[in-house]
Write a protein that binds this ligand. Structure first.
Ligand SMILES: Nc1ncnc2c1ncn2[C@@H]1O[C@H](COP(=O)(O)OP(=O)(O)OP(=O)(O)O)[C@@H](O)[C@H]1O
Length: 240
């Protein structure tokens, strides 16, 4: 369980990622305290997926550093659960087979948590992932990531494929889950309403740079605006 002396969940110092001449991230400075549900927002191409992929150790920065739970990302993979943008699951495997595979691959696997959650969200253990809806696949991917009992859950547009009702359920579930795990979570989304509903910390990225970042309560109080107006304001400013 994290305590007050825990290192920041994410700490970026001059984090830069360049593809050819294009900067996906440019000198990002960032500190995210533990225990937060963090919303990462910004327009298409802002660098959100790139930041999350660096955090998961999938890609290396061009320069600068990103510390995850106080260490280099690759050192903390067992303590980080990642759900990539397309909620990757194996089409030919059933729900139960996914859980068996997860148990084999992850030393910290919590089989009881996985089974309970599968029942809670109404997934049939015998059903193959290839025959499930986008929303059901998202729920399965989240369950697999969470059953590792990670300290940090990273989700790249986790609810994008879901209809509004399914999204509500998914986000409510995510909040309960993060609380139960005593974890932190970072999720990217284009849906500011979703971010407002579940996140207590926000990072606004645009053009590979952080436009504004911080706990939602103090940001709202300082700007006298709701989160949506605040984000749109900063994005508008970044474009000018
Ligand atoms: N593998 C790659 N090769 C070349 N350029 C890339 C690569 N990945 C990302 N980029 C570029 O880096 C920039 C940031 O992309 P990224 O996917 O991080 O944005 P994003 O904020 O996640 O966008 P979206 O909301 O559309 O998913 C974009 O200009 C993109 O074209």
């Amino acid at each position: 369980m994290p305590h007050d002396e825990s290192p920041p969940v994410l700490h970026a110092d001059g984090l830069t990622k360049r593809y050819g001449r294009r900067y996906a991230l440019s000198g990002v400075m960032l500190t995210v305290p533990h225990g937060r549900i963090v919303g990462l927002v910004g327009p298409n191409g802002a660098g959100k997926s790139t930041l999350l992929q660096v955090a998961c150790g999938l890609i290396e920065p061009t320069s600068g550093t990103l510390r995850v739970l106080g260490s280099r990302p690759a050192a903390k993979l067992a303590r980080v659960g990642f759900v990539a943008q397309d909620t990757p699951v194996y089409a030919g495997l059933s729900v139960a087979e996914h859980l068996r595979l997860g148990a084999k691959l992850n030393p910290t696997w919590d089989a009881a948590l996985a089974r309970r959650r599968i029942a809670q969200v109404g997934l049939d253990p015998a059903q193959k992932a290839g025959r499930m809806s986008g929303g059901q696949r998202a729920q399965l991917a989240l369950t697999i990531a969470a059953a590792k009992r990670p300290e940090l859950l990273i989700l790249d547009e986790p609810a994008a494929a879901l209809d509004p009702l399914a999204r509500q359920g998914f986000l409510r579930n995510l909040m309960e889950f993060v609380a139960e795990l005593g974890a932190s979570a970072v999720l990217s989304s284009h849906l500011l309403g979703d971010i407002e509903q579940v996140c207590d910390h926000v990072i606004v990225l645009s053009g590979g740079r952080v436009q504004v970042a911080g706990d939602v309560g103090p940001l709202r109080a300082a700007h006298g605006k709701n989160l949506e107006d605040l984000v749109l304001d900063h994005l508008g400013r970044a474009e000018r």
